[in-house]
Write a protein that binds this ligand. Structure first.
Ligand code: ZN
Length: 221
């Protein structure tokens, strides 16, 4: 049954957060989106996110979080850093932005609070990723507790994709009736190419692998 409450979705216009947006629209009475800018390689991302929110008929808020790009060197925010195409054996890929999700969740909670919202939705996942520590379930539970203690609130952080690999994320999009929208309108590619993307970057390869798998399963059922 649909909750009578409201939710704030951390939203970037990519496959995962767009799937989360439509999941939240199904689960909650009202939904808002929050999009962070932090000197990503492609500011086009923000326009894509804005368009999807507009199409979904939900409020879109942008927050300048560019302080993040001043804190550390990584290939997502610094064009001079060549992006790792594979995960190095002994480290995280240099697409890892240390502290990002902790900061984002904290900012999101403050904004949610100002709107009287206690449900926060984020598209992080432990499955099929580079193993970023701030995408793990234990981190989210811990952040949820800390944020509640910090503000004496009862926020609930929802992670509908936590245990879904990319194949299962496509499956969820299909169940939610937004498979085509997510395939055609979202931007996941590190090289800034919408929909199926460049096909070469780690993000495109993951997305395509999941899509191919899902279509294979779907066509056999
Ligand atoms: Zn790509």
């Amino acid at each position: 049954m649909k909750s009578k409450e409201s939710a704030l979705v951390l939203f970037s216009g990519g496959q995962d957060s767009t799937t989360c947006l439509f999941w939240a629209i199904k689960e909650f009475e009202s939904v808002r989106t929050l999009c962070f800018t932090y000197g990503q390689r492609h500011s086009k991302e923000v326009e894509i996110a804005r368009n999807i929110a507009h199409q979904a008929n939900v409020p879109f808020q942008m927050l300048d979080a560019s302080i993040i790009s001043q804190l550390s060197v990584n290939s997502l925010t610094d064009v001079n850093v060549v992006m790792d195409s594979e995960k190095p054996e002994d480290n995280y890929p240099n697409t890892f932005v240390p502290g990002r999700n902790l900061l984002f969740l904290t900012f999101a909670a403050v904004i949610a609070r100002s709107h009287g919202i206690r449900h926060i939705v984020t598209g992080v996942s432990e499955a099929d990723y580079s193993g970023y520590p701030d995408c793990r379930d234990t981190f989210i539970m811990s952040a949820n507790t800390s944020i509640n203690l910090a503000m004496d609130e009862h926020f609930q952080i929802h992670t509908p994709l936590m245990w879904r690999d990319k194949t299962a994320v496509w499956e969820l999009a299909d169940e939610l009736g937004v498979f085509a929208l997510i395939r055609d309108k979202t931007l996941t590619c590190y090289n800034g190419i919408i929909a199926d993307g460049c096909g070469e970057c780690p993000s495109c390869r993951l997305r395509k692998q999941g899509l191919d798998n899902y279509l294979k399963i779907k066509n056999h059922t």
